[in-house]
Write a protein that binds this ligand. Sequence first.
Ligand code: SAM
Length: 248
Amino acid sequence: GATLYVVATPIGNLADITERARQVLSAVDLIACEDTRHTQKLLQHLGVRKPLVSVHDHNERDRIGQIANYLQNGQSLALVSDAGTPLISDPGYPLVQALRGQGFNVVPIPGPSALITALSAAGLPTDRFAFEGFLPHKSGPRRERLQDVAADPRTLVFYEAKHRILDTLQDMADIFGPERHGVVARELTKTFETFYSGNLTELVAAISADDDQQKGEFVVMVAGNPAPAAATEIDTDRLFRLLLAELP
Ligand code: SAM
């Protein structure tokens, strides 16, 4: 039957397109994409010409009915985003949820994602990790979010934009403590790919020392909390305050 293929595309290096992605993009009737101009460039590189329909955060819900109609009429579609795997900090979740809910075929075509690419070479534990995506843009809510995961023993993975990278690393040093180990992966699969590894203070210093290191795309990984939060200490502290409040 008609199928929606969720197709991963390169995160910078066009040679990372998979053989299946190529085949599927050539075979479908229509490609739903985040940014038609961006996807047009990829298709040009692949020598593929297809009608495109834009699906982004602002129109995705309106598009669902339209795409369900295409599938109903027997047309197959591919969903791609600007880079990497759709739905991973990218549009597509409401569409996939709705179409699967309506019983349509949804098939993944796996490929690059910045989070897995970064983790695979960072040298941090990968047996358990938590993907936290993008943090809030404003410092207050960002620090609250960091506080929420400060005790997590799993490796933490974040996406960050260049104009916030230093502020975010500084907030991480404040909330997780300056000694917590982290790895910053920049420009993965591209010419100026770099990995910085060190404690959070060292990372802030290294990246603020070099303007070039504040350009491009970033994945920030932080080692999980090495010890579970000292629950007994927090409990006694809290107990003490509760008791104090009861004193005459
Ligand atoms: N769907 C994509 C994926 O599977 O990785 C992520 C899309 S999200 C809108 C874009 C963010 O992913 C960037 O701000 C950056 O944090 C990260 N990213 C994407 N490509 C990257 C690359 N080549 N190097 C480092 N980070 C990258």
